[in-house]
Write a protein that binds this ligand. Structure first.
Ligand code: GUN
Length: 294
């Protein structure tokens, strides 16, 4: 059984991104610039955004954080997006989700210029992804494919079962895994809260991806011997032994599932760090397009 080390892989990729960035900056071009918009003070979002900003620094990117209080008016947010769309010094920007309930999230995401949509959440990018055209792919699915590629995991013709149908992970990942590509070319099934006999389906998976946000949901008897298991869960569970007061818990019961697997991602240190580097890769891609670099 091999533990897929997302942390180490992300360090390798950050080095590659840093080197490419340094080359362009050495030619006198300004550094890539990523902006994050953070609304409110949700603990998880604070942590993720700060990790994204730190990763930018590590790779020689400029990063900016725009903060709003949770009671902001939708118009303030849409004005901010319009201004970032028109700002030549910004290559890409993200609106950290979730947004407060009184904000129409889809309306906000629809306003982002698709050429700066480094999260890959705009319908234009998702539509292009669907038909296999160049686009910004959402960061978490892109990070998962990068792990499958770097660990030489065969996907062609394999049965891939995805637990979860979110717009951010499950749906785009299903499209990417079925695309005639490597990684890809899999036979994909998406399970969700309405699925009957879910365990029977998950047991058929050569590649099982858990992205439902229920800690420890995938048990040993739901996994086929020799499967690759990818855990996207990052639920915060109270833990007084930790300095932060919580620990991150995946969707997979690691101790009982791991012995059955050929490969498995841990939580933390699996998919999470890869999501961040995929965002940086997308930002570098937006930057290279802007300056016509190769
Ligand atoms: N919330 C959870 N995951 C993500 C992500 O990848 N991007 C943004 N913007 N918000 C998120």
């Amino acid at each position: 059984m091999t533990i897929i080390d997302g942390k180490k892989t992300s360090v390798d990729i950050k080095k590659e991104i840093s080197e490419e960035t340094a080359k362009f900056v050495g030619q006198g071009i300004r550094a890539p610039h990523l902006v994050a918009i953070l609304v409110g003070h949700d603990g998880g979002s604070e942590t993720y955004v700060s990790a994204k900003m730190n990763a930018c620094k590590e790779c020689g990117f400029k990063s900016s954080l725009i903060r709003f209080e949770a009671d902001l008016k939708e118009e303030e947010l849409t004005d901010c997006i319009r201004s970032l769309n028109n700002d030549e010094t910004v290559d890409g920007f993200i609106v950290q989700l979730p947004l407060p309930k009184h904000i129409d999230t889809q309306k906000v995401l629809d306003l982002v210029d698709p050429d700066k949509d480094v999260d890959g959440f705009h319908p234009v990018n998702l539509g292009r992804l669907m038909v296999g055209l160049p686009c910004f792919a959402p960061a978490t699915p892109a990070g998962i494919l990068e792990l499958l590629k770097r660990y030489d995991i065969e996907t062609k013709g394999k049965r891939c079962v995805i637990l979860g149908r979110s717009n951010i992970v499950g749906k785009p990942l299903a499209v990417m895994m079925m695309q005639k590509n490597n990684p890809g070319d899999s036979t994909v099934t998406v399970c969700h809260s309405g699925t009957e006999n879910l365990a029977d389906i998950s047991r058929e998976a050569d590649i099982l991806v858990a992205a439902i946000g229920v800690p420890g949901f995938v048990k040993g008897d739901m996994v086929k011997e020799g499967a690759t298991v990818i855990d996207v869960g990052t639920t915060r569970v109270k833990d007084d032994t930790k300095k932060s007061g919580f620990r991150l818990c995946g969707d997979v019961s690691f101790d009982e599932v791991a012995p059955k697997c050929s490969h498995i991602t841990p939580v933390p240190g699996g998919v999470g760090p890869m999501t961040i580097v995929s965002l940086l890769s997308n930002t570098l891609k937006a930057y290279k397009t802007r300056f016509n670099l190769h």
